[in-house]
Structures are given as C-alpha cells and as structure tokens.
Ligand binder design. Structure first.
Ligand code: 16G
Length: 245
C-alpha cells in the first residue's frame, strides 16, 4: 500500500483521495482481507496529510464495512463473509451446523456463571423458587469469522456447573441426558449497537437477526432460553413449507 499515490492528482478533499487510495489497495489486493492497517500516524506521515484526514478516511471505510476496528488491536481489512444457509426445521447446535459445512466452530467466552434467575428466566424455564440458573455468553466463530453472539440460560437443575461446558452446550446436555428435542424460535430484525458490532466486526447499525430459542425435553420441561444476535449479512434462514389442510 503506497499512499504516496494519492498525491498524484485527482480531485476532491484529501480525505476522499486517501479513502479512494485505501479502497483501491483493498480492491487490487495490496491490502489483503484480514491485514492490519499501518498505524494512523504512519499513514499520515507517508501521505503527508494530517491525522485528522487519515481518521476521516478510515471512519468512512469502517462505516462502509470495508475496514473494521478492533478495540486494543487496531484497524483491519474486513473479510468478506460466505453466507451460511440454515434450515429452520432441524434442532441442531452451532457446533454441529458448522461441522456439517466442513467449518470449525469455536467460541470466545464472554461470561459463564451461576445466578439467581431473573423473573423472565423463572417464567420461561419454569423454575421453582430457590433454583439457580447457569448463564453462558459467547461469541460464536466459524473458521475465524465471528457469526453470532449468544446468551444462553439453562436451568441449574440440568446444568449445575456451566464450567463443564467447554466447546458445545448441546454435547454437554446430551452427556447429562437432558439434550432438548423440541424448540420454539423467534427471529426478528435489529440493527447492531456499538458493543455488539465491535465483537462481530461489522459497522455500527449493520443489519442483525435477533433470535430467541426456548428448547424443551420430551417431557415438556424447558431446558434452555437463549437470546442471540446473528450477523444479517452472514445468514439465510430457510424453511420448507407445505400446503395446510
Ligand atoms: C445454536 C442455538 C442455541 C444453542 C446452540 C448450542 C440458534 C439460533 N441457536 O446456536 O440456542 O444454545 O446452538 O450450540 O440456532 P453448541 O452446542 O455448539 O454450544
């Protein structure tokens, strides 16, 4: 990437020229997807422009989703996502879904703990007074691409110690013979707020899918209440429909 090129003419304010130079560098592959951008002060120095100009050009490209800022580690060229097509008729886990596509699932844990349930959790999970709830929050990643943020609440009776969940929640529930067999899922549209957008590497305000899943045992007891935020640009949910009688 050689921002000197931007001194070679063209029209418009300096930050627009710099933005174009950065965009071109991504298009022709001088800056590759996932690459870190040099520090702002270095770019300002090479291009002989002020840091304010550099900041403005980068802000625009972050808003367009071409670059992503990661707190504490810098600015990177965003990776294009390949869309995941998810059938809405099967009760599967994230780990299984990704394995089926030949992708490797992993999670970054945001929280794991045992809590006194909120009124919502008590009602939805049908918890008796005095029962605890295990909460597990994580960033779900497939092949290094963050796809979703999930906050799961599981009745303490079925999962007394959330630290036993290392990779897959459903695998742990299966081991404990309380893997859900039925679920109700609600999907609604949302726009990403700053903290979530930062974790998912998308611009603030980007389209997201907010998904709530309540899953049940064969006996009808609720096992899991999970609220998730999926990247709108990375998921297609597909359902098969048949004519009603
Ligand atoms: C899916 C489920 C989530 C479940 C998780 C278990 C949706 C919207 N959500 O992500 O409710 O807790 O799978 O995955 O599909 P795991 O077994 O890989 O931890």
């Amino acid at each position: 990437f050689s921002p000197e090129r931007l001194l070679a003419g063209g029209t418009g304010p300096l930050y627009v020229k710099l933005r174009r130079a950065l965009e071109d560098a991504v298009k022709v592959g001088t800056l590759k997807h996932g690459d870190a951008l040099p520090p702002e002060r270095d770019i300002a120095e090479y291009a002989a422009v002020s840091r304010v100009t550099v900041r403005k050009a980068i802000d625009d490209l972050v808003a367009e989703g071409i670059l992503v800022r990661r707190h504490g580690s810098g600015t990177f060229v965003a990776k294009p996502v390949s869309k995941v097509e998810q059938r809405l008729s099967q009760l599967t886990s994230f780990t299984e879904d990704m394995a089926r596509r030949g992708m490797t699932a992993r999670s970054e844990w945001l929280h794991k703990g045992v809590h006194t349930p909120s009124p919502d959790e008590m009602m939805i999970l049908g918890l008796a007074a005095g029962t605890k709830v295990s909460r597990l929050s994580r960033l779900r990643i497939a092949d290094d691409q963050p796809l979703a943020i999930e906050h799961a609440s599981v009745s303490g009776e079925f999962l007394p110690d959330p630290s036993t969940v290392t990779a897959s929640l459903y695998a742990e529930l299966e081991k404990r013979q309380v893997r859900p067999v039925r679920a109700v899922q609600r999907i609604s549209a949302t726009n990403m707020k700053e903290a979530d957008a930062g974790l998912l590497g998308v611009p603030v305000g980007a389209a997201g899918l907010s998904i709530e899943r309540i899953s049940y045992l064969g006996s009808g007891r609720a096992v899991e209440f999970t609220r998730s935020l999926y990247r709108g640009d990375a998921y297609d949910f597909v359902a098969e429909l048949t004519i009603g009688s």
